[in-house]
Ligand binder design. Structure first.
Ligand SMILES: [Zn+2]
Ligand SMILES: [Zn+2]
Length: 585
């Protein structure tokens, strides 16, 4: 007896440890959905009566009789009671890390404050409520939506906050303002050299800092401080952002150019979304550094190119729930701060000349040399990664396609499904080139909704504005494209994106290139199956077909039978990833 006692005890202890290391949340089991419109988003069979889900996958889709026949006796029956079931939505291009960093910051956006007084009051309130010396970051500075908002000088910000370092982040995320205390704390003086001619600290005629900081490299010292401060609440805020996205029906989120990169963050993301729990992660969980595991959104990650060292070997790229996709490069910037790269100059408007001080004739510039871009494409193409390039202006898009084209001549790019991001000014004469190489577009469509009027009146003028975002050049031919909100720039809300692609109107009702409006069906495909295709997940996600994952969204109305003007107001009632509910109203 004694002989066995120790091995038995050891075995028991080992079993206990093993159990603990692999313990995970309970997965949902078997359900049949019926009793409401079920839109599969598959052209072959757009609508079915019922869906049978088991162990996270769709085992049957068809008539109610067929599905009832296929189900086991243990399956629960879910009557949709007239509500609509669709594949879960994709957030095709967002910035989870930035949205997390900005979560809970003082909101000074034009979405919330329509007057300058409202904006400066919000800052003053925050100053009052914050202990002296502590940093204050405010988010969403937007002279476009907040009419009459004048750029704040350092002196003005000092008068609002003499004892706090304060930094304002523009809604576009391409420019910033800081007060004296903030410049001091970041170690920036009037003598500090600018990182480049396109990313700099603006100076007045006497060489003093005005307070304006343009583009990312110049903001880097401030961002580092921000990140350190926000690391304390990083885990909690990451969960909050994912939960917010789940409420909008998102089941797959794409981080397009992760900037906040270290091993711990990548491990956290993998723990939050990955298919199976990792023993190491359960050990970390004991320390409280990781939250309790629960069903979550899928997460697909493109790293900012300069962090590409964090890409694993392609064979270790991840599972169907958390996966590395490749890298993102920035070829130009934003239309609202003069960093969009165009063939013709910005409009000579008061905003361009006086508010953001663009020199007359300014047409932006590339952030990279075409040769650099070409070399990067060649490298990642041969390493097996997807390349996504931020380009907004017509010139940026043409040059990026030129770089792709030179690599394409050596070996066709099509299979890789490289991407162009935003594409505000995608020129009609470049579309065929793009399609020939299989370069896939993701459109920043809500520029129309929020800034359409301003693009026309102050940035580009009517002629160019009425050529923007030619989405139907893809939709009409059923060539995959996606739509994105660029969270945190705009709220990640796929139905709002689909609505804009269908309606092509700004909030005030101005029509922007209405010939490029797409059908509701194609708009819905762009936030489901087409977005899945861009991630090479079209055989597993994006439609409700037998064998695919049960990523689902329950809506209060059928978008196909809703007036176009009301699509954005359709309510998401439940969001399901691989059969598990991640959010329910
Ligand atoms: Zn971008
Ligand atoms: Zn982006």
């Amino acid at each position: 007896m004694k002989k066995f006692a120790i091995p038995t005890l050891l075995l028991a202890a080992t079993a206990l440890v093993l159990h603990f290391l692999f313990v995970d949340y309970n997965h949902a089991n078997e359900t049949v959905y019926f009793g409401g419109p079920i839109l599969t988003m598959s052209d072959a069979q757009p609508r079915v009566e019922a869906l049978y889900v088991k162990n996270g996958k769709i085992l049957a889709a068809g008539t109610k009789a067929e599905v009832m026949q296929a189900k086991s006796r243990r399956a629960t029956l879910t009557d949709l009671q007239g509500k609509t079931l669709l594949p879960g939505f994709f957030d095709a291009h967002g910035h989870l890390d930035l949205a997390t960093a900005l979560y809970g910051m003082t909101d000074i956006s034009g979405f919330t404050h329509r007057t300058p007084e409202g904006v400066w009051n919000a800052v003053a309130q925050k100053v009052k409520a914050t202990p002296k010396g502590e940093w204050i970051f405010c988010l969403g500075y937007d002279p476009i939506l907040t009419k009459g908002l004048e750029p704040p000088s350092t002196a003005f910000l000092d008068s609002l906050a003499p004892d706090h370092p304060v930094a304002l982040i523009a809604q576009t995320m391409h420019s910033y303002y800081a007060n004296s205390k903030a410049f001091q704390a970041a170690g920036i003086t009037a003598q500090t050299p600018d990182p480049s001619s396109s990313s700099y600290y603006e100076r007045d005629s006497s060489g003093q800092l005005t307070g304006l900081i343009v583009e990312q490299a110049a903001f880097e010292p401030f961002r580092a401080i921000m990140q350190e401060k926000l690391m304390d609440s990083f885990v909690e805020n990451t969960q909050k952002v994912l939960a917010k996205n789940a409420q909008k029906g998102i089941t797959s989120t794409v981080t397009m150019g992760l900037m906040t990169v270290n091993k711990n963050i990548l491990m956290l993301y993998q723990d939050l979304s990955g298919e199976k729990v990792k023993p190491l992660h359960n050990l970390i969980r004991i320390t409280g550094a990781f939250p309790e595991r629960k069903p979550n959104l899928r997460h697909f990650v493109f790293l900012m190119e300069r962090f590409s060292g964090y890409l694993p070997k392609p064979k270790n790229r991840g599972d169907d729930f958390f996966r590395f996709m490749g890298v993102k490069l920035w070829y130009d910037g934003s239309p609202y701060i003069g960093s969009m790269y165009m063939s013709r100059p910005y409009l000579a408007s008061r905003y361009n000349l006086e508010a953001i001080h663009l020199p007359p004739g300014h047409r932006g510039e590339a952030l990279l040399q075409p040769e650099q871009l070409e070399a990067a494409i060649r490298k990642y193409q041969s390493d097996g990664w997807q390349v996504a390039i931020h380009c907004q202006g017509d010139r940026a898009i043409a040059e990026a396609l030129g770089a792709f084209g030179r690599v394409h001549q050596e070996a066709p790019l099509n299979a890789r499904r490289h991407r162009l991001e935003h594409l505000l000014m995608l020129p009609y004469d470049q579309i065929a080139t793009m399609q020939e190489m299989g370069i896939s577009p993701s459109f920043h469509i809500n520029h129309i909704l929020y800034y359409g009027d301003f693009l026309q009146s102050d940035i580009l003028g009517p002629e160019r504005t009425q050529q923007l975002l030619p989405v139907n050049q893809f939709a009409a031919k059923q060539i995959p494209f996606s739509l994105h909100a660029d969270q945190p720039m705009y709220e990640a809300d796929p139905l709002s994106l689909a609505s804009t692609a269908v309606n092509r109107q700004s909030e005030s009702g101005l029509a922007i290139n209405p010939a490029e409006a797409v059908s509701v069906w194609e708009a819905l495909k762009s936030i489901t199956i087409y977005a899945a295709w861009q991630l090479k997940m079209e055989s597993k996600l994006g439609t409700l077909e037998k064998g695919k994952y049960a990523d689902l969204v329950v809506l209060d109305k059928n978008p196909l039978e809703t007036p176009a003007g009301a699509i954005a107001r359709i309510q998401v009632l439940e969001t399901i990833v691989a059969g598990n509910t991640v959010w329910k109203k």
